[in-house]
Design a protein around this ligand. Structure first.
Ligand code: SF4
Ligand code: SF4
Length: 90
């Protein structure tokens, strides 16, 4: 079931190794692997642009620390750091 778009993410395609763990783990299924190849010759993950809840599961599943950054409307008290959670007004 699709969740409300309360979050957003960005993916650094050149950090992504194309493992697909984030795609499989995302509850609203709003991630996909691009048909294009990145510099590693793999299909990087991509946010479809809708329905992200900001849950952060993709971030915790990703083996590449700098690949995914999660943004939430209502965020826990975390400081903004690359590859982490960001409090933001979407
Ligand atoms: S934070 Fe990641 S796992 Fe959670 S809904 Fe957004 S894209 Fe999916
Ligand atoms: S879990 Fe990380 S490395 Fe794997 S496809 Fe997703 S962004 Fe890329």
């Amino acid at each position: 079931m699709a969740g409300q778009a309360r979050g957003n993410i960005s993916i650094d395609v050149e950090e992504c190794k194309g493992c697909g763990l984030c795609v499989e783990s995302c509850p609203p299924k709003c991630l996909e692997l691009l048909p294009e190849l990145n510099a590693y010759g793999v299909h990087p993950a991509h946010y479809t642009g809708v329905e992200c809840t900001g849950c952060g599961i993709c971030f915790y599943c990703c083996p590449e620390p700098g690949a995914i950054t999660v943004y939430r409307r209502r965020a826990p008290a975390k400081r903004a750091v690359q590859g982490g959670f960001h409090a933001t007004a979407l």
